[in-house]
Design a protein around this ligand. Structure first.
Ligand SMILES: [Zn+2]
Ligand SMILES: [Zn+2]
Ligand SMILES: [Zn+2]
Ligand SMILES: [Zn+2]
Length: 392
């Protein structure tokens, strides 16, 4: 049994930097920034997140903390999604990582291990070390160059990197190598009835306050729908998947992520769901287009380890783009319609030849674009018009 949890951007979050997280209960869902590694002794190596198209290092776009206490091996569980910042690549990579309850790195209320050296620039495995001071680690030559140039390590080598680098240089580095960091909070998606009821409540209050037109919200919605259908510069048929997508996100227009979360079955839920056709497909991907949907055989496939067909786990929504500090006007701007993550349904835990659990299991990130050029901008405008904030 699944329920859909929606992710929203939390504006006022505490520090999300991995060094600030001192127990497993505080591991955040987030966009951007540095990954919080569950396997603190083996951060992910740069070779796993190098874009296969442009060879640049892909920063983390989303980390989702997804423990599942029904599966002993996944008592602590994370999914990391990486994306190439170069919008023309459309390159995404996804990894699952997990630990049992009894482990040497994390427990609910403490961090148990010291972190292995990470790249000072990006937080990936720091397998290279500055030959001058032997005190600064990097994941790659590329990030050594960033430290040298933007971090001025060429002139400060021999002094403490963290303290001499300065805030302005850090900001420049982060802008260069990361997606901006924002916390994601989740809530269960309201049913259509609940969403309609809360809309009615808002309208009731509005009408009491100032005699506002009761039909306003509906009217606004129609206008927005027309915006999409009748954009002046293009003549495209908006496909059924897109209309379905648009209708569904109406319930909560600010959602940036949809997560099909496993929940404990109880009889009452099963009875309720049986009455409601819609609930049965609740945890399916909401595609933005009828075109280019994935094929289970060739695009999604089976878990590389246990061979079970991968299942949909979560998707990120185009609303997320409005929160990212990117130059939306550039034709190389980072962009997508939606990205759906498929993973092993059993959260299986493979081991290496010596019996040690693998820290990272590659899963599938399938991206889909809007069906016609130009539609991305229009959906963004419409979404923005409905309440998503543009970050400063
Ligand atoms: Zn690339
Ligand atoms: Zn790095
Ligand atoms: Zn140095
Ligand atoms: Zn598996």
């Amino acid at each position: 049994m699944f329920e859909v949890a929606l992710g929203y951007i939390e504006r006022n979050s505490d520090s999300l930097h991995p060094d600030a997280i001192t127990n497993a209960d505080d591991i955040p869902h987030k966009v951007g920034g540095r990954p919080t590694w569950l396997h603190r002794n083996s951060p992910l190596d740069v070779e796993h997140v190098t874009c296969s198209k442009c060879q640049s290092i892909m920063p983390m776009l989303v980390q989702l903390y997804t423990p599942d206490d029904e599966v002993p091996e996944a008592y602590f569980r994370m999914v990391y999604l990486f994306a190439c910042k170069n919008g023309t690549c459309k390159s995404f990579k996804c990894f699952r990582s997990q630990l049992p309850e009894s482990n040497t790195h994390w427990c609910q209320n403490a961090v148990l291990s010291k972190s292995a050296p990470v790249c000072q620039i990006c937080g990936l495995k720091g397998s290279k070390v500055c030959t001058g001071c032997k005190a600064v680690n990097y994941c790659s030559k590329a990030h050594q160059a960033v430290a040298w140039k933007l971090g001025k390590h060429s002139t400060t080598c021999g002094t403490d990197f963290q303290t001499t680098i300065g805030d302005a240089a850090w900001e420049a580095i982060k802008k260069e190598v990361e997606f901006n960091e924002l916390e994601i909070v989740t809530e269960v998606e309201p049913t259509e009835k609940e969403a309609a009821a809360s809309k009615m409540n808002v309208m009731d209050v509005e009408s009491q306050l100032g005699g506002a037109n009761l039909n306003m919200t509906e009217q606004e919605q129609e206008e927005a729908d027309e915006d999409i259908r009748d954009a002046p510069d293009t003549e495209v048929d908006v496909d059924d998947a897109f209309l379905k997508f648009q209708k569904r996100i109406e319930r909560e227009p600010q959602q940036v992520l949809r997560w099909a979360r496993r929940r404990l079955e109880d009889e009452e839920d099963v009875m309720e769901d049986a009455d409601d056709d819609e609930e049965e497909t609740d945890h399916q991907v909401l595609w933005v287009s009828e075109q280019d949907k994935p094929k289970q055989d060739s695009d999604i496939g089976v878990c590389s380890y246990c061979q079970k067909p991968r299942e949909f786990e979560f998707q990120i929504m185009p609303t997320l783009l409005t929160y990212l500090t990117i130059d939306h006007a550039s034709d190389k701007a980072f962009d997508f319609g939606t990205v759906a993550i498929y993973s092993c349904p059993d959260h299986c835990q493979p081991v290496d030849t010596t019996g040690v659990p693998l820290p990272y299991m590659p899963e599938v990130a399938f991206h889909q674009n809007f069906s016609a050029n130009g539609l991305n901008d229009r959906i963004k405008n419409v979404l923005l018009g409905r309440g998503a904030e543009i970050p400063q």
